[in-house]
Ligand binder design. Structure first.
Ligand SMILES: NC(=O)c1ccc[n+]([C@@H]2O[C@H](COP(=O)([O-])OP(=O)(O)OC[C@H]3O[C@@H](n4cnc5c(N)ncnc54)[C@H](OP(=O)(O)O)[C@@H]3O)[C@@H](O)[C@H]2O)c1
Length: 319
């Protein structure tokens, strides 16, 4: 079965992902929707897309099977709900929404309508991260006790940009924190303790945070995120039998440094195909072909758990 895709929101990431369809078998990018017909036509022309729609409602009423929702996170909820109501499978960019209540509403709608919904947490689908999860599942690292790292990315403060604009879901937690929390969550599960410190810009949006996650049996994750300083963007997964570094930048990682007790260290390179977004698109196609309404790799319960942690971090930062 070939999946007919439509892109909602012809912005920066949509352009990168549109080019990735060249690496996705059994998928066709056939439509794009925008608030402006002119912008939809320009994007469609750039990527050879047949249908250009001048409203999101028109896109959702079209004959596509699946929507890739690439608007700013403040504009995910209403559009995801509309796409679900139209019976479309939806791949929602990270962060899934800007609040726990909105995430619950989208998940509920998807489950009630019986359509496939997934957060576009592309890192989980990269070959290097898939290999690392397999190593952990096979017990090669023993029991995982800690996951620590950062996603620091310096950006000049520009209040109108979606990264800093509260109306568009701005702030370091929803843009960068989602990656590190989701990364730790896939190995350790959902934490019972969240501690966060960080600083706010003059418009009240957070620019940085240090985050400590804890589990009742003493396992932990420490993470640094922020736009205020550059940093490597690496992660370490540490278990009782060894540790693995996902080399920078981990969220698009290709290299694993594997250190097992009693063994020589090993460097593994597992390249992405294309820029790396094709892996999540291929996964969605496989889920749809199998008749699944949720991904076993990025389940909606994980998305909700990560959103709950982000809400707690934001509240502790005074947002
Ligand atoms: N997975 C990744 O690596 C990755 C990387 C970057 C971004 N993202 C995620 O992708 C999403 C979009 O990010 P982006 O950087 O691509 O944003 P962007 O360049 O600002 O594009 C967003 C698009 O959304 C549409 N939109 C709809 N309602 C809007 C509104 N009220 N205000 C502004 N735009 C609106 C706009 O298209 P029209 O005006 O034509 O409707 C715009 O082109 C975010 O959730 C972000 O976290 C993911």
């Amino acid at each position: 079965m070939s999946v007919r895709w439509g892109i909602a929101g012809p912005g920066r990431i949509a352009a990168t992902v549109a080019a990735e369809f060249a690496h996705v078998p059994d998928a066709e990018l056939v439509a794009v929707g925008s608030r402006s017909l002119e912008r939809a036509r320009e994007f469609a022309g750039r990527f050879g897309i047949l249908q250009a729609h001048g409203s999101y409602a028109e896109l959702f009423a079209s004959d596509v099977d699946a929507i890739y929702l690439a608007t700013p996170h403040g504009q995910h909820t209403d559009l995801a709900l509309a796409a679900i109501e139209a019976g479309k499978a939806v791949l929602v960019e990270k962060s899934f929404t800007t609040s726990v209540a909105d995430t619950e509403a989208v998940i509920r709608a998807g489950r009630e309508r019986g359509v496939f919904v997934m957060e576009a947490m592309w890192t989980r689908f990269l070959p290097a991260i898939v290999r690392l999860r397999q190593m952990v599942a096979d017990g090669e690292l023993g029991e995982i006790r800690a996951v620590y790292g950062d996603l620091l990315a310096f950006r000049e403060f520009e209040p109108a940009d979606r990264l800093f604009n509260p109306a568009l879901g701005g702030g370091a937690v929803l843009d960068l924190g989602v990656y590190v929390i989701s990364f730790a969550q896939q190995f350790l599960g959902t934490p019972s303790l969240v501690h966060a410190v960080g600083g706010l810009y003059p418009n009240g949006v957070e620019g940085e945070a240090g985050i400590l996650l804890g589990w009742d049996d003493g396992r932990y994750s420490t993470q640094a995120i922020g736009f205020t300083a550059p940093g490597p963007g690496r992660q370490v997964v540490a278990g009782t039998k060894g540790w693995v570094e996902v080399k920078p930048r981990f969220h698009r990682g290709e290299q694993l440094s594997v250190h097992l007790l009693g063994r020589e260290p090993e460097e593994l390179t597992l390249p992405r195909t294309g820029v790396g977004y094709c892996h999540e698109l291929i996964h969605v196609g496989e889920c749809l072909a199998a008749g699944l309404t949720e991904s076993p790799v990025m389940p909606l319960d994980d998305t909700l758990a990560v959103q709950q942690v982000m809400a707690e971090v934001l509240s502790q930062l005074g947002r």
